[in-house]
Design a protein around this ligand. Sequence first.
Ligand code: PLP
Length: 396
Amino acid sequence: MRGVGVRVTKLSTRLSALHTYPMAEIPAIKRRLLQQGADVIDVGAGDADFPPPQVAVEALNNAVKDPAMSRYGFQLGLPAFRQAAAAYLQRRFRVTVDPFTELHPLLGSKEGIAHLAMAVLDRGDVALVPEPGYAVYHGGTVLADGEPYCYALTPRSDFLLEMEEIPRDVLQRTRLVYLNYPNNPTAAVAPLDYLVRTVEFCRRHDILIAYDNPYCEITFDGYVAPSIFEVEGAREVAIEFHSISKSFCMTGWRLGWAVGRADVIAALARVKNYVDTGAFLAVQAAGAAVLEKAEELVRPYVAQFRERRDAMLPVLRGNGFEPDTPRATMYLWVPLPEGLPSAAFQKRALEDVGVVTLPGSAFGAGGEGFFRIALTTATPRLVEAAERLGKVLAAV
Ligand SMILES: Cc1ncc(COP(=O)(O)O)c(C=O)c1O
């Protein structure tokens, strides 16, 4: 690009305030190790190795043959997708919503979560951000010129964000809180009484809840994850995000939806009008097809995640780690010995034994002291990874 006569533009203060995205550098490091002939086991990203449902592949295949599917979807998108998402919410959570005013298709839930902040925050407004947490809560807030207030999720409070503990002066400026249960990365779940008191608190303080629910179908041992809208009064203060990514192993298809108050949904749609022109309509047709059979399609995936969890946990424990048994998500949140920095452990795991994990610190300062394992590869490889990680632990 030399000689084009354009000076390098300075980065915005907003962007400069953000760290490198946690997973941004891992693919390059992994590639380097693979080129060097290393046997790498990747349990980093929450991106399982299972194929998507056959129903999705067939629906996409059929849909692309229709030239109408190649047109812009705009914000309306495919009505059948909206209707299938609303029908799923009704069946699964007994939540009734208008598919055209209270529900909105997203290009994966990530973009909706990020863009929501642009719709509801002004400079000086605070968003409560759980740490450890999905990086987009912090990033979306900062990019929207909002002010993140980080709350540490710890075992002391069962990894729940307790609104009562937020200082008064912060609360007065708080417009938004991000909640995510079943939780990434801690795998914590939220008891119903917690959700009830949180909704009640947010109603009293006029705070919008962004309830991020992409793991609601990946649950074990009889646990069933709720929608925030099962709580009375939540419809006044919440917007919920759903995704086809994790439930149906369709991360790359980029499809999700937001559901909630019509005015908040309309505000999000207004932002998106200036940012995107809708998910590929054929992908929305595939999304509608899987949602129609959601409960049946998730079952084999959940069974395999559970099998992986149950195979890996004893090996981790036998190698000096003390993880809890998660009741949901595809993650194990593993404590490290006192004083061992998670980034240093992750580096040793990657470079010494070829295991890609994510350090707790990648999820914000509150994640220090832990690392995350994603159950995204075959059981024998997970067992092997646990043994290799044990060697790193023994050597530090
Ligand atoms: C907590 C949480 N929310 C949202 C997402 C975004 O998922 P997607 O954009 O694929 O729907 C992820 C993905 O890792 C996540 O872990």
